[in-house]
Write a new protein. Sequence first.
Length: 306
Amino acid sequence: MHISKNFAYGLMVLAAFTWGTSGTLTVLAIGEGATANIIALYTEIFSGLLFLFVVLAFDRPSLRMRRADLLPFFIFSTITGAFFSLAWYNCIDLTSVTTAVILLCSYPCIVTVASVFMHGERLTLGKAIALPLTFGGCVLVSGAYDPEAIKVNAVGIGLGIFTAFGSAAYYLWGKKFLKRYSANTVALYFSIMMIPTLIIITDPRESLLPSLSASAWALVFLLGLIPCTLGFFMSMVALKRIEASKASIMASLEPVMAVALAVIIIAEVVEGLQYVGVALTVAGVVILRIVRHKGEDAPIEELART
């Protein structure tokens, strides 16, 4: 199917919007009686089944993975997938959508710093400007400037910081698998291999067939469908027509959309300094992505992390 560049850009914006729904849908699901751990488990179950259906229908070669890679990929999925998912949904539950999404979106800074030391990349002027902007934005959004706020939300903020490190590890570690396998293979096995760990951590006696209302199940399914599956596939279609570097800049709309949806739909309260923090973080992330060296385009999975 031929698509124009303008249509591809539109798909990328829509993908960013779908990723931005994750926080609000999580809050709504929790409000209907679902726990953060149950959401983490069943979101991945639904997403894994959807990916499996699509791959079986349209891309059967992506089902193949070398036996020798199964254990390393399982470890990769557990650390950067299962643990990330639990941290992400629990961070939203304990803090707010705004805090969770901005802490998560600080991961490009971690990748940048890690790449300087691990891969010998240059710390350019643009990166040097973007890093403190993003860090300062996270401080303002999380309320880390207020000792009382840290005391109240220490666990939630800690989980949010973990999601940033988890995303950074996913990006740096995932490059190894993307050299051998397609994006569809990585996405499919990543979703499926998270499930056993999530079942064990969430306690099988409570997590298998939990007693949830129909509305709660619907919201959890929407989490698996909209941000986890549709966002990923729309970004893949868009990336066939536009450069990943430009697409990643457009993906920076995600935190703005996430905060806007939280304010409009669930009436989340965002204070003045938090708005400043959102602006600083988004500016820092956009600068980081603009100054990326040619040839260091992000893989599709970096854009579809949440």
